[in-house]
Ligand binder design. Structure first.
Ligand code: ZN
Length: 87
């Protein structure tokens, strides 16, 4: 289970983005431009979570029990707690 919160960081001039487990108080620098990243947002699911996959549609499936979205790397549905069918 991942306990570190992941953040979406963006370089202001180029717009290039990374997703990383950023630590508070540290400054993260874009290697290409040398400028510090801006924090754009937290990545769902929030830590701690059993899943490493973000809540983007390409990483989601529909639970066969409750018809709610769940990350594809999970075995048990985070909404209803039941074991989901094999993909
Ligand atoms: Zn479910």
């Amino acid at each position: 289970m991942s306990t570190s919160q992941r953040y979406r960081l963006r370089a202001p001039s180029s717009g290039s983005e990374i997703i990383t487990e950023a630590q508070p108080g540290r400054i993260y620098v874009d290697h290409a431009s040398g400028e510090p990243y801006d924090v754009v947002g937290k990545v769902l699911p929030l830590a701690p979570s059993k899943s490493q996959l973000p809540w983007a549609v390409e990483y989601l499936r529909v639970c066969n029990w409750c018809d709610q979205f769940a990350q594809r790397d999970l075995n048990d549905c985070p909404n209803c707690g039941r074991r989901m069918a094999a993909l």
